[in-house]
Each structure stands twice: as structure tokens, then as C-alpha cells.
Write a protein that binds this ligand. Structure first.
Ligand code: NAG
Ligand code: NAG
Ligand code: NAG
Ligand code: NAG
Ligand code: NAG
Ligand code: NAG
Ligand code: NAG
Ligand code: NAG
Ligand code: NAG
Ligand code: CU
Length: 698
């Protein structure tokens, strides 16, 4: 693949290196990277980046007098965020990390250096990039590679084969939630661009990344929520039986999973400060500049962390939606749209209003609505004064009326369009040609009331005896929690015992509706299959949403509906057998992330043309971390291009006799494992969950 490219080095690779007592390094923002250029057919370049990962801080000393002095807020290494001081993880001391803007067929080379002083391993995933012939560059720790150890580095090198608005983020532990993310945009030459002519500018400065944001490291919230107890707990007894009050005295508020804030391009206003003249001030918000009379392509990305659908609108403007997850659809003009974790939407904004300042509003729904999490940025017309728009920034004003796209848990209606009803432009209908797919898989998800031994102990504090507020329901797929293996299957399949894997057809004598089942959840499809996933959200305990993301492929969203407040696998199977689940096999849009209506289903079709181990998982960070995901193995091992020679290895190691250490299949099984069959084999234990989280599987 690479030999066909014209290799043009556009910047010198600068690695961190140590000479004597001094270490030299470059922390580049890459704002003026040479690969950021007008794209031309058959003129690919090789684009180099150095990513330095660090544990850093919001409002560090490098911010000097920010926010009282706005000039200080713009200093290099000043992360002001929403004004709340907290630890953050950064790439090159930026939030978000450096944006990568390249052209289709460029080769992207990123040297990732792990200087996270807390010692966590890491990996970076290139969300939306298909990675044909470079499966081992997908960046999923313990699926496609070993975590990059502390002080170590890993050079990612892959082709930007599919154009579109993508992003990069850590795929190890919870690091994505704390700052390790950034934009990755792959542009096309005019002659290949399906929406040519409907906008005048497609500029890097009009990229918008939004994410919900906590006021502390997400690991604190995660541990508090999962280990200590659930949401909104009363300061009272934990155990019903016996009236034991032992957690009450040290149980403080903050363990819930409801974010209070959001960031747009790493900025926002939440915490207030007092200026010298006693006025209330905030940290700066992001400003997008446009010229009156011109049309701009905006590229929006959700790095959503928790259960946080985000509604986007721009005061006094409409948006013409043109693409999602890198795939074009017929233009659709709306007042507002929702974006779910992992999704991307491109839209055209026509600057037709009087010269002035207008709010761009992002408004949190579901768990983000509980504390009215919201954020603003400014749309500033050239010539407008450097000041805030007139209206206030309250959460309520983000509820725009008029035409809407991608609503949360609603089907299409007169003024609203679900993604399944969008019309794809330039349909690549390989996966749609067959009426009957080669492989059909039902995946039923829900929060299951099961004694998950990571958070409940059968003998000391079983789920059934704990007060409702302290019960932790497990987000599962087909009643199985996914656990990552102890070595990445893509590169070390032979080091993973076969008994580690399972799926709904293979759970031995264990009834996973009654007993907690955890394994390396895997389904296998043949290379070249047309695969249909019928993904169901049973929605029994409460109204959630799970944005499901597929690695290595895009899928057509051929069907989607909400059936009621809840549904079941058997109901959906029955409706399907009766031919009552309609499918659009002609013009269904292509995406790689889609949310499944609660009490409903989404039907996804893809052509399994990319051999490898691909993660399909909920993009809510806490959900995927405790097992809401599945590996799709496409092809047999022989179909997969081998990983490069000397690809890094990891796994279990033990003494061989007294002298040598060797790699071993031995896995430590402790409490909870004794009653499980090999099909629901585990490699983690109750005390190990904290270890696992804190050490990021390293
Ligand atoms: C990228 O490569 C593909 C496949 O070779 C080709 O069809 C496409 O035109 C190329 N794009 C550019 C921008 O050169
Ligand atoms: C604000 O900070 C800048 C440097 O970042 C400095 O030049 C300027 O004097 C400061 N302004 C005030 C009013 O202190
Ligand atoms: C500033 O924030 C505090 C809470 O952090 C709040 O109590 C106070 O009312 C706010 N002040 C203003 C002027 O908004
Ligand atoms: C700011 O408020 C303080 C306390 O209320 C007061 O003493 C001071 O004079 C005020 N400063 C100005 C510039 O108004
Ligand atoms: C923008 O919309 C607001 C609320 O609908 C309205 O009050 C205001 O006049 C509009 N601004 C302009 C410039 O049209
Ligand atoms: C914001 O404006 C709306 C509409 O004018 C008003 O109802 C609301 O009370 C205002 N909120 C704040 C916090 O000022
Ligand atoms: C948004 O406004 C509509 C009316 O325009 C109202 O029916 C709906 O309940 C509001 N949604 C929220 C979440 O406040
Ligand atoms: C598994 O348990 C569930 C819930 O108790 C029950 O409805 C189902 O019939 C059981 N399945 C089997 C195969 O025993
Ligand atoms: C499902 O929802 C219906 C209302 O639509 C409710 O009556 C029923 O109890 C729910 N079923 C379960 C299992 O929660
Ligand atoms: Cu989820």
C-alpha cells in the first residue's frame, strides 16, 4: 500500500530524547501543518505528528491571570476549560489535543509518547478511519495492540483512506473522558466532493468538538458511582437488612453520573470569577468567525462521555445537514439536531443575518439534562464587536422549535427526522443488495439486575439486599458482560485460551439471565459476508440510550423504531419473523455510530470486507468500561494480514521452574469465579476491578 504513495516528508519527526541531564521536546499545536492544504487527486503526502501525553491541570500556572486577563487565557499551555480547576490528561498541553487535517489517501504518522506520570498504559483510536490492511493500527488497547506503557512510545502509521469528519481519542480506561481526544478531518479534492457547490468554505477553524465534562477526574466519579453506590443516594443506610449504616458516615455527594458541564473545543463558561471592578466574569468561550453572505461547512463531533445526547442549535440561523460519520446524505435543512457520543454531523451555515454575534448552543439531554448541562460558543460575523450575543445562555433557550434531526428516542414525524430516514448520497449498496443477509445477529442490550461480582458480593452485600439507590445494574449485551482478554486477539490470538471467548450461543450450562456472565464476548462472521445486526435496547429499568460504534466498517442504518417504553428480544424476533420490521435496502444512510431507541431497535447492515477483530460497543465511557461491547471477528486468522514483525506483545508471565520467566495461559481466578462455567470464564476479580480501572488494564 505505502509503496504506491508518493512519499513527501512535510515535517521533520521530532522525538523526545534525552541528552545528558536535559531532555528536549517539541509540543506542537500543528495549527499550521503543511498537510493542511487544498486537496488534489493523486497527490498524497505523509503527515507527521508527535503526541506527548501528560497528566496536566485546568487553570495551571501557565494561565497566569486568566480569566481576569483574557490575553493570558490564550497563552500556550493555558487550559482554561470551563473555569473549574481539575486534573486533565493532555496531548501537547492542549484541550482538545492537536487537530489533524489531511487529504484523502495521505499517510498519517503519529508518534505517541506516554508521559502520563500516574503510570497508566494508553492507546489512541482513530475513530472513523477504516484501517483496511492496517487493522493493528486501530488503537484499541487489548484488542488490536498492547497498551503503550509509561515512558514508552508507539508510532501509528495508516492511510487516511476514507474522507470525512472523524476524530481521535484514547481507547484505554477512561482517558478519553479526561482530555485525550481531538479532531481528525480527511478532506477530498473538489472533483470527488459529493456536496460541491453548496458551500463556499470548508475550513479547519470551523470544526466543533463538544463533550460533557466533569469537575474532577472521571475515575473518581466512576469508582464512586460503581463501587460505592448509585445515584442520588440518601445519606442513610446501605443495607436494608439489619439496618446497617456503615457507609453513611463517609458517603459524600458526587458519586452520581450526571455531568453539570460541557465544553466546546475545550472551552466554556461555568465557574464564575469576580473582576477587579466587581463584575462577574467567566473563562472565554470559543469564537467561530464568518463573513456575511458566505456559506460555511461546519464539522461537528461529539466526544460525549456519559449518557449525554447533545442538542445543537445556532440562534437566528438554520443548518443544512449534509453528512454524518464521513458519509454524505441528501441535504436537509433543520433548526436543531442531536449528536450522540461518537457521532459526527457536517452542516452548512449560511451567514445571512445582520452582522453581529449569535450563540451556538449545545444543550444536554438525558443524564446531561438532570443538572441542565449546556455550553455556548459565539458565531461572530466579521465586523461585529468583541462582545457576547444579546440573549442569555440558559439551558432552556437551547430547546429550539422547528425541524429537528436525530431526536432522542423518537421516530420520524412531521417536523423530525430519524437517521434511518435520511437518504444517502452516492449509495455504495454492497451490503444492501441481498434481501437475506449472510449472517444475522440479534443483540439485546439492557441494564440487567444481576449480581455482578465487580460491584456486589454475593456473601456480603448481594444486589437483592441492597437499597435501590445503591444497586448497580449491569449494562450488558445478550446478558453478557464483555471483558477484554489479557492479550490482544488481533496480534496474540494463540495466547488466549479458547475458553475465554463466549457468546449467547455458547454459555454452557449457565443461564446468564440468572447468573452474572462475563467473557471475551465474540461473534464470528466470514470475510465478504453481508452482516445484519439487529440491535435492541430492551429498556426495562429506565429510559437510556446507547450510541453503538463499530470499528473497521461503516454500516447502513436500514431500520430503526421505538416500540414502546420497553421491548424484549423475543418480541423483536417475533415481529421480524412476521415481516414487521421494515428495512430500507435502497437508500439507507451509512454511519459508524448510531443510538438505539430505548424500548426499540436499530437494524444495521455492513459488508464484512475488512478482516480483523473489530470492537462494536456503546460509546458511553462508563458503559464500555464495564462490558457493554462485543468483538466481531471478521474472517479466519488466515484471512487476516499478519501484524508487522516484532509487534509489541503482552500477557501473563510466570516463573518456569526457578530460573526463567515465561508467558503463561494461567489466569488468576478468585472469588465469584468458582461457579462459572468455562464459557463465562473470567480474568478479573472483585478487588481487581479497582486495580483494572486505576491501572488502565496495564
Ligand atoms: C485515493 O485512492 C483511491 C483508490 O486508489 C482513488 O480511487 C481515489 O481517487 C484517491 N483519492 C485521491 C484524492 O487521490
Ligand atoms: C494581560 O496579560 C498580558 C500578557 O499575557 C500582558 O501583556 C498585559 O499587560 C496584561 N494586562 C493587564 C491589564 O494586566
Ligand atoms: C457564582 O457561582 C456560585 C456557585 O459557584 C453561585 O453561588 C453564585 O450565585 C454565582 N454568582 C453569580 C453572580 O452568578
Ligand atoms: C467591590 O466590592 C467590595 C466589597 O463589596 C467593595 O469594598 C469595593 O469597593 C468594590 N470595588 C469596586 C471597584 O466597586
Ligand atoms: C434572533 O432571535 C431572537 C429570538 O427569537 C429575536 O428576539 C431576535 O430579534 C433575533 N435577532 C435578529 C438579529 O433577528
Ligand atoms: C433567559 O431568558 C429567558 C427568555 O427570555 C428567561 O425566561 C429566563 O428567565 C432567562 N434566564 C436567566 C438565567 O436569565
Ligand atoms: C422543548 O420545547 C417544547 C415546546 O416547543 C416542549 O414541548 C418540550 O417539552 C421542551 N423540551 C424540553 C426537554 O424542555
Ligand atoms: C433463564 O432464566 C430466565 C429468567 O429466570 C428464564 O426466563 C429462562 O427461561 C431461563 N432459560 C433457560 C434456558 O433456562
Ligand atoms: C413495559 O412497559 C409497560 C408500559 O408500556 C409496563 O406496563 C410494563 O410493566 C413494562 N415491563 C417491564 C418488564 O418493565
Ligand atoms: Cu451504553
Amino acid at each position: 500500500m505505502q509503496t504506491l504513495l508518493i512519499l513527501v516528508a512535510v515535517s521533520v519527526v521530532v522525538h523526545n530524547y534525552v541528552v545528558g541531564l536535559k531532555s528536549y521536546r517539541v509540543l506542537d499545536t500543528y495549527d499550521n501543518h503543511l498537510c493542511n492544504r487544498p486537496c488534489q487527486v493523486n497527490r498524497p503526502q505523509t503527515c507527521y505528528y508527535d503526541f506527548e501525553l501528560e497528566l496536566y491541570f485546568a487553570l495551571p500556572k501557565g494561565c497566569f491571570d486568566c480569566p481576569r486577563n483574557k490575553t493570558d487565557c490564550a497563552r500556550p499551555h493555558c487550559i482554561a476549560a470551563d473555569g473549574v480547576s481539575r486534573a486533565v490528561y493532555t496531548v501537547n498541553r492542549m484541550l482538545p489535543g492537536p487537530a489533524i487535517h489531511v487529504c484523502e489517501n495521505d499517510t498519517i504518522v503519529v508518534n505517541v509518547v506516554n508521559h502520563l506520570t500516574n503510570g497508566e498504559g494508553t492507546s489512541i483510536h482513530w475513530h472513523g478511519v477504516l484501517q483496511h490492511d492496517s487493522q493493528f493500527m486501530d488503537g484499541v488497547a487489548m484488542v488490536t495492540q498492547c497498551p503503550i506503557p509509561i515512558r514508552g512510545s508507539f508510532e501509528y502509521r495508516f492511510k487516511a483512506e476514507n474522507a470525512g469528519t472523524h476524530f481521535w481519542h484514547a481507547h484505554s480506561g477512561l482517558q478519553r473522558a479526561d482530555g485525550l481526544f481531538g479532531a481528525l478531518v480527511v478532506r477530498q479534492p473538489d472533483e470527488l466532493e459529493p456536496h460541491l457547490g453548496i458551500y463556499d468554505f470548508d475550513l479547519p477553524e470551523h470544526t466543533l468538538i463538544v463533550n460533557d465534562w466533569l469537575n474532577e477526574l472521571s475515575i473518581n466519579r466512576f469508582a464512586h458511582h460503581h463501587v460505592a453506590g448509585g445515584d442520588n443516594k440518601p445519606r442513610s443506610m446501605l443495607i436494608n437488612e439489619g439496618n446497617i449504616n456503615r457507609f453513611a458516615h463517609h458517603h459524600v455527594a458526587g458519586g452520581d453520573n450526571k455531568p453539570r458541564s460541557m465544553l466546546i473545543n475545550g472551552k466554556g463558561r461555568l465557574q464564575n470569577f469576580t473582576h477587579e471592578d466587581n463584575t462577574t466574569i467567566y473563562t472565554p468561550v470559543h469564537v467561530f468567525t464568518v463573513s456575511r453572505g458566505r456559506r460555511y461547512r461546519f464539522r461537528s463531533i461529539s466526544n460525549g462521555i456519559l449518557n449525554c445526547p447533545i442538542q445543537i442549535s445556532i440562534d437566528n440561523h438554520t443548518m443544512t445537514m449534509i453528512a454524518s460519520d464521513g458519509n454524505a446524505f441528501e441535504p436537509l435543512e433543520v433548526e436543531t439536531f442531536n449528536i450522540f457520543a461518537g457521532e459526527r454531523f457536517d452542516f452548512v451555515l449560511s451567514a445571512v443575518m445582520p452582522v453581529g454575534n449569535y450563540w451556538i448552543r449545545t444543550r444536554g439531554l438525558a443524564d446531561c439534562g438532570v443538572k441542565s448541562a449546556h455550553q455556548v460558543a459565539i458565531l461572530r460575523y466579521q465586523g461585529a464587536p468583541d462582545q457576547d450575543p444579546p440573549l442569555n445562555v440558559s439551558w432552556d433557550l437551547g430547546n429550539r422549535s422547528g425541524k429537528k434531526l436525530n431526536l432522542w428516542n423518537q421516530r420520524s414525524g412531521p417536523d423530525q427526522i430519524a437517521v434511518a430516514d435520511l437518504t444517502s448520497k452516492n449509495v455504495h449498496n454492497t451490503a444492501l443488495l441481498k434481501e437475506i443477509p449472510d449472517k444475522k445477529v440479534y443483540l439485546a442490550m439492557d441494564f440487567n439486575s444481576i449480581d455482578n461480582y465487580h460491584f456486589h458480593d454475593e456473601s456480603y452485600y448481594p444486589l437483592a439486599t441492597v437499597q435501590k439507590a445503591f444497586k448497580l445494574l449491569s449494562p450488558q449485551m445478550n446478558h453478557i458482560s464483555m471483558v477484554l482478554p489479557h492479550a490482544p486477539p488481533l496480534s496474540q490470538l494463540k495466547d488466549i485460551p479458547d475458553t475465554s471467548f463466549c457468546n449467547a450461543d455458547n454459555t454452557g450450562s449457565t443461564n446468564c439471565s440468572e447468573e452474572f456472565c462475563e467473557c471475551v464476548h465474540r461473534i464470528q462472521v466470514d470475510l465478504g459476508d453481508t452482516v445484519e445486526l439487529v440491535v435492541i435496547d430492551e429498556g426495562v429499568p429506565f429510559n437510556a440510550n446507547h450510541p453503538m460504534h463499530l470499528h473497521g466498517h461503516a454500516f447502513h442504518v436500514v431500520g430503526m423504531d421505538r416500540l414502546g417504553e420497553n421491548t424484549s428480544l423475543s418480541q423483536v424476533k417475533e415481529l421480524d419473523a412476521q415481516g414487521k420490521l421494515p428495512r430500507n435496502l435502497r437508500t439507507a444512510v451509512l454511519k459508524d455510530t448510531v443510538t438505539v431507541p430505548d424500548g426499540g431497535y436499530a437494524i444495521l447492515r455492513f459488508h464484512a470486507d475488512n478482516p480483523g477483530f473489530w470492537f462494536f460497543h456503546c460509546h458511553i465511557e462508563f458503559h464500555v468500561d464495564i462490558g457493554m461491547g462485543i468483538l466481531i471477528q471478521v474472517g479466519k486468522v488466515g484471512d487476516m494480514p499478519p501484524v508487522p514483525k516484532n509487534f509489541p506483545k503482552c500477557g501473563n508471565w510466570a516463573f518456569n521452574g526457578n530460573e526463567d520467566i515465561k508467558q503463561t495461559e494461567k489466569v488468576t481466578c478468585v472469588s465469584g469465579a468458582s461457579e462459572l462455567t468455562s464459557a463465562s470464564f473470567i480474568s478479573l476479580s472483585v478487588p481487581l476491578i479497582l486495580f483494572h480501572v486505576l491501572n488502565s488494564m496495564n
